[in-house]
Write a protein of this length. Structure first.
Length: 269
């Protein structure tokens, strides 16, 4: 065997060995599509749950202690004059027996207004109350869930998410309960002379479909983006002014188990 033949033999042997190594250890180079598909699969397998931003009542928020306590002093003055008690006795007389029993056993609560409707969207006749708590010296929003036969206090037993915080059209001063207290104080003389209040007058405190009720101006008011018009029924609307058609409107989100403030109407006639 001459040198040329040996050299050719070694060259063929080396080429065969290299080919076997390549076949036994293939390298996979990811394509753009495979990377995207892989990321999508990971996102599907590990979804990120976005939790709603929840409100804390002005009365219990440490940042507003001074402001809340100043209002409490003024509310105590009205209560000590018996103004809230007179409203309570008048409104309690119209309640069903089970509701009367509840307030008789919770003597610390004075009813200042009430309304009814399908608040929790269980096709029931739920109830909503604006009350003055004589022990905490503050206004509270009390809800009765007809289906589950339970009373729940807004901000404490059932949470509130304000969808309008990021909107440049929302200027409310304090949470809804605190805003009601401020307006009742402003209306002191009227409450004393008429033995009524702005919440009771003209059924302003109500459960509405704000997309069809002319009281609410969706174009001039502050409306949460992307809130569907067909979801505006059974909205709890709370007036925050006795002079202007000002409202805060909340809708119960059954999926998240929170009330969402999605519409605000400020200084609109």
């Amino acid at each position: 065997m001459n040198l040329q033949t040996i050299f050719l033999y070694l060259l063929l042997f080396g080429f065969a060995s290299c080919q076997q190594t390549t076949q036994s250890n293939p390298q996979t180079i990811p394509t753009k599509d495979s990377v995207v598909n892989n990321q999508s699969q990971q996102a599907t397998e590990s979804p990120q749950v976005v939790k709603p931003l929840l409100d804390t009542s002005t009365y219990t928020n440490p940042r507003f202690n001074k402001m809340a306590n100043q209002q409490r002093e003024q509310l105590v003055k009205l209560a000590d004059e018996g103004l809230f008690e007179k409203l309570h006795l008048k409104l309690q007389a119209d309640l069903a027996e089970e509701q009367k029993n509840y307030f008789e056993s919770h003597a610390n609560l004075n009813i200042l207004a009430h309304t009814k409707g399908d608040i929790f969207e269980n096709k029931g006749n739920d109830l909503a109350y604006i009350v003055y708590d004589k022990e905490k010296h503050q206004i509270e929003i009390l809800l009765f869930d007809q289906k589950n036969k339970r009373f729940k206090t807004l901000y404490r037993d059932v949470q509130v998410s304000n969808l309008l915080h990021q909107s440049d059209c929302y200027y409310a001063n304090g949470t809804v309960d605190y805003s009601i207290g401020a307006e009742l104080i402003y209306q002191e003389d009227y409450i004393r002379s008429s033995q009524s209040n702005y919440l009771i007058d003209e059924n302003a405190f109500s459960i509405n479909n704000i997309s069809t009720n002319h009281i609410f101006d969706l174009k001039r008011g502050c409306l949460s983006r992307d809130f569907p018009t067909n979801a505006m029924a059974n909205t709890l609307c709370i007036p925050t002014s006795s002079v202007y058609a000002n409202y805060q409107c909340l809708k119960y989100n059954k999926t998240k188990a929170v009330f969402e403030i999605y519409f605000s109407q400020e200084f609109a006639d």
